[in-house]
Design a protein around this ligand. Structure first.
Ligand code: ADP
Ligand code: MG
Length: 808
């Protein structure tokens, strides 16, 4: 708090608060529930405050060593009466001596509904509810969006047009007036330096409140009207000597708006809530941590977050409160990690160097340095008897599959099974084929292939398990997986169905993680009798701040280098007037024997609408634009079989152009497709455009990405230019995240991401701080059993449940 604040205020604060608490305790029939954690902790704190009257101090010291909590109900009632007297309230004459039953469903203290506040009736409460505010605590945690800096009062004569200013003036005359066609209030005001005009549109009733000769403070943007300085719709407040200004004259909080709640009302109520209830907040952060990191305590932080002394206090308060949100999340993330990392709970699966070398020698290329590094990390982890949880991140085409294959080989060599799960049938099949090719197996004989590589002393069996497999085949396959005959099982969700059980699963891979939830990851793992090592592969570049949060329980390997000889995809945004040129460009490419994808604009409303739009696009392209070419179509309303069939036809070269909605699966490999045309490109996020673009550029030919957009906004044009200028997925993801926020970034709101009030998922430094502090706390107190960690433990458990759906 500011050094200049008079002690009188603080004295009042402490005593008023004590009185409130004591009264509440009486109301709650002396059950020691008026404050979270019990009255004794509150009283101990109270004794540390300045300005507590001696009589009240005496009352507190009269308690037995066990404190208020150790008293009988009758003794509590007597003590409260006495203490209330000492705090300046006449004790109620007929204080009940035996506890009454209170309705347990009426929350009290800071959890009380906002209607306990003065001037908050049902109507207002409903509007607060629109802001997610139900209880006083919610209100205390409803932080300003920004602050108007009204700290410096200015003489009227110095005001200049266009500046934000605050003035202290006297009202000469205020009257209801017709402002153009709108009713409002007009006022002439002035100070010793000059006169000015003030108008409030749509607020004719203000005229009555602005009494002639009243002193008021006004804040707003200055304009000059008929040569006179003017303020339109300024914030205003009566100036009463000695009283702190709530609405003007300092850093004024500006809250998120909602219909029917004025800034004035919000400030009046937050002010009141803070005065009466902030003192009840129990600090969730241990004192040691606060001291070491030089953090404000929670009560000071919430006060400063609303009514800051200066800009620096805003930053400090918000940082502290952001840590309150981020620290429990990181604790829960690390707990999730620790839950897996039990030494001895998994089999180490090691692979000898010469076996690995002979496998690598069969490849038509050498691993890139980045692949080598990722492989090294993978091998080190797999060799441990503690289950690995690793995220393998690499842009589309960076060569994640072969690294994963090395891990599968390690599993097989060490006598275990391996599994690889993909989000769609076509991707699963693609992986199956790729793995068969890598290990030299022939895929012609259906869902099981056999290889006899020279680096293995026995044959290797690879199986493909998908939902479309016939039931009889499926049950056969189940048996072969269960008996251990199948070494590597590739599949879709079908892999985690009930009937599937492995003989000895040692290593499981999940591809394209963002399509699976944390739960499915856990399910695949649970298919192993003992814990399996787990590798999650993703082509979505996830900025560090976000994976520390979303995938924070995983270690991360990044393949940040493309195999040599790749030609970067050329991306070009074609303005609307050049649409025909883009089509001609595509036609010319197809004439040289290439194939093209056309992605239809995103229709947010529904998949049905989006599919309809795709059908229309397909029809107009086939009849009007490319009547001489062969077009095919996939969209979300087709079933999996139809979709797969269309994509197979395209892969087999039976169509020149594949028109699709955004559902066309990432990762599909059609080397001959070298043109990607994206309609309505401005509607997609950068990360998503980059994913689309990654579907071409898989062959030796130069590939192109054409972006079309009817009327992109300035911001959209900026994004499209960024697409043209870089092929760095991380750069694009970072920009995307900054421009659109994490919810949008993932296309839909990703479950498992808590809604933060203050902390930002983009604040890497904060997240890293929370991470290291979480590690420190857990090292010192793995079970979070210490009393100073109780609040953190509770919040971490809540988040753990939110993210995993499990109760920790
Ligand atoms: P992704 O990371 O997108 O899954 P893939 O594993 O499918 O990438 O690899 C993309 C293509 O690059 C494949 O055709 C693969 O054979 C090839 N590839 C992988 N590693 C290398 C390398 N080091 N040198 C050359 N080509 C490679
Ligand atoms: Mg891939």
């Amino acid at each position: 708090m500011s050094a200049g604040r008079p002690a009188r205020v603080r004295q009042q604060d402490a005593t008023v608060l004590a009185r409130k608490v004591l009264e509440l305790e009486r109301k709650l029939t002396f059950e020691n529930k008026a404050v979270a954690g019990g009255l004794d902790a509150f009283l101990r704190n109270l004794m540390k405050s300045e300005g507590v009257p001696a009589s009240l101090r005496d009352a507190v010291s009269s308690l037995p060593p066990g404190g208020y909590g150790s008293l009988s109900a009758a003794a509590r009632a007597r003590w409260i009466s006495g203490a209330l007297g000492a705090a300046g309230t006449p004790a109620r004459r007929s204080a009940p001596t035996t506890p009454r039953v209170v309705r347990p469903d009426v929350p009290t203290g800071i959890e009380a509904p906002v209607t306990v506040l003065r001037g908050v009736k049902e109507g207002l409460a409903a509007r607060f509810e629109n802001l997610g505010v139900r209880t006083v605590r919610d209100l205390v945690y409803l932080f300003p969006r920004r602050y108007n800096d009204f700290a410096n009062l200015r003489p009227v004569a110095d005001l200049k047009a266009g500046e934000d200013a605050t003035v202290r003036v006297r009202v000469w005359d205020a009257h209801e007036g017709q402002l153009g066609r709108i009713k409002g209030t007009e006022a002439d005001v002035g100070d010793e330096s000059g006169m000015m005009r003030v108008v409030w549109f749509r607020q004719p009733w203000l005229a009555k409140q602005l009494k002639t000769n009243a002193d008021i403070v006004l804040s707003g943007k200055v304009s000059i009207y008929k040569g006179r300085p003017t303020l339109e719709n300024p914030e205003w407040e009566l100036w009463e000597t000695g009283e702190e200004l709530t609405h003007t004259g300092r850093l004024v909080p500006v809250y998120p708006g909602t219909a029917g709640l004025t800034g004035r009302t919000l400030r009046r109520t937050t002010r009141q809530a803070l005065e009466l209830y902030a003192g009840l907040l129990v600090d969730p952060l241990p004192e040691e941590l606060r001291g070491r990191l030089d953090l404000m305590d929670v009560q000071q932080a919430v006060r400063q977050a609303h009514y800051p002394d200066d800009q620096d206090s805003i930053a400090r308060a918000r940082r502290r409160l952001a840590l309150d949100e981020m620290l429990p999340l990181q604790i829960s993330v690390l707990q999730r990690r620790a839950a897996w990392r039990k030494p001895g709970s998994a089999d180490g699966i090691a692979i000898e160097q010469d076996v690995l070398d002979s496998f690598l020698a069969t490849l038509p290329y050498k691993l890139t340095n980045a692949q080598h590094k990722a492989l090294g990390q993978l091998r080190d982890d797999l060799a441990q008897d503690m289950p690995m949880s690793r995220l393998l991140q690499g842009d589309v085409g960076s060569g994640k599959t072969v690294v994963a294959a090395c891990g599968l080989l390690a599993a097989v060599v060490s006598g275990h099974q391996g599994a690889m799960m993909a989000p769609t049938e076509i991707l699963a099949e693609q992986h199956y084929r790729t793995l068969c090719a890598l290990f030299g197996a022939d895929t012609t004989d259906g869902p099981v292939a056999e290889a006899t590589p020279q680096y293995l002393d026995r044959p290797l069996h690879i199986a493909l398990l998908t939902g479309s497999l016939r039931a009889s085949h499926k049950s056969q396959l189940y048996e072969r997986i269960e008996s251990g005959e199948i070494d590597i099982a590739v599949g879709t969700h079908a892999l985690i169905q009930k009937g599937v059980s492995f003989d000895n699963l040692g290593f499981a891979i999940v591809d394209e993680q963002h399509r699976f939830g944390v739960m499915q990851r856990a399910e695949l793992r649970s298919k192993a009798g003992r814990a399996a090592h787990m590798l999650v592969m993703t082509a979505t570049p996830i900025p560090r701040s976000l994976y520390l949060t979303l995938y924070g329980d995983l270690d991360v390997s990044v393949i940040d280098e493309m195999p040599p000889g790749r030609k970067p995809i050329e991306t070009k945004w074609w303005p609307p007037e050049h649409r025909q040129d883009a089509y001609e460009f595509l036609r010319a490419q197809v004439r040289t024997g290439r194939q093209a994808f056309v992605v239809c604009p995103l229709v947010e409303e529904s998949e049905t609408l989006q599919s309809k739009a795709a059908v229309q696009e397909y029809e107009s392209l086939s009849t009007e634009v490319f009547p001489e070419l062969r077009l095919d179509l996939v969209h979300g309303r087709m079933n999996a079989k139809e979709k797969d069939a269309a994509m197979q036809r395209f892969r087999a070269g039976e169509a020149d152009i594949l028109v699709s909605t955004a559902v066309v699966e990432v990762g599909i490999d059609v080397p001959n497709a070298s043109v990607m045309l994206i309609e309505g490109a401005d509607r997609f996020g950068l990360a998503q455009l980059h994913q689309f673009r990654g579907r071409v550029g898989r062959g030796a030919e130069q590939s192109y990405c054409l972006l079309l957009s009817e009327s992109p906004s300035m911001e959209a044009q900026q994004r499209l230019r960024l697409m043209e200028s870089t092929t760095d997925g991380f750069k694009l993801a970072e920009a995307d995240l900054n421009m659109r926020g994490p919810g949008e970034f993932f296309g839909t709101r990703q479950s498992g991401l808590p809604d933060f009030r203050i902390a930002s998922l983009l604040d890497t430094r904060l997240i890293e701080l929370a991470r290291s502090e979480a590690a420190r706390i857990l090292e010192d107190d793995p079970g979070l059993a210490k009393p100073e960690h109780a609040a953190l433990a509770r919040e971490a458990a809540r988040l753990f449940e939110l993210v995993t759906g499990e109760v920790h």
